[in-house]
Design a protein around this ligand. Structure first.
Ligand code: FEO
Length: 170
């Protein structure tokens, strides 16, 4: 495991705490919701839609403010690192969004259709989570050390401030 970096230059841990909190909340909700109950499902989908946007926003913030900067820095130093090039290439989040979209008319669906939809949604969400948790660990354990290696301490302090602000965590 990579050594912990000082909190003021740790750009991943705080946003990831928020992401993990959301993952835990929706993992639990998904297990508890009664997919036979139309209004209950509609309420779940509204909240989940908002949460998936937050995951997507997290990914965009990282792409723009962290990964692109890291890629540029490595390029300037003529270093190739393929992990950095495509760290958000997996589309499992998009898969959950797609399944969620198919649930738009779920309130009017039959109970059988709602249960089948629930199963698809749970599977897609579980699949996303099983990829997302190790992905965040990789960012903390592989990309954070790369940032420390290739950026000045003061640059990373500023980067962390920007990242927290973009996540609305300050
Ligand atoms: Fe921090 Fe790319 O998830």
């Amino acid at each position: 495991m990579a050594p912990r970096v000082p909190d003021e230059i740790d750009v991943f841990t705080a946003p990831h705490s928020r992401m993990k909190e959301l993952v835990n909340i929706y993992t639990q909700k998904m297990q508890c919701v009664d997919f036979r109950d139309g209004p209950e499902v509609v309420s779940l989908l509204r909240g989940l839609d908002f949460t998936l946007r937050e995951f997507k926003s997290h990914e965009s913030i990282e792409n723009i403010f962290i990964m692109d900067q890291l890629k540029n820095r490595l390029k300037q130093r003529q270093i190739t690192n393929t992990a950095v090039c495509d760290c958000h290439g997996d589309n499992r989040l998009a898969d959950v969004v797609q399944v969620l979209k198919t649930g738009i008319g779920v309130r009017q669906s039959s109970i059988g259709e709602r249960l089948r939809f629930g199963l698809r949604l749970q599977r897609a969400f579980d699949d996303f989570v099983s990829n997302f948790i190790p992905h965040m660990e990789e960012e903390e354990q592989v990309f954070q050390p790369l940032l420390v290696e290739h950026f000045e301490y003061e640059e990373l302090k500023i980067l962390k401030e920007v990242v927290l602000k973009e996540h609305e965590l300050v």
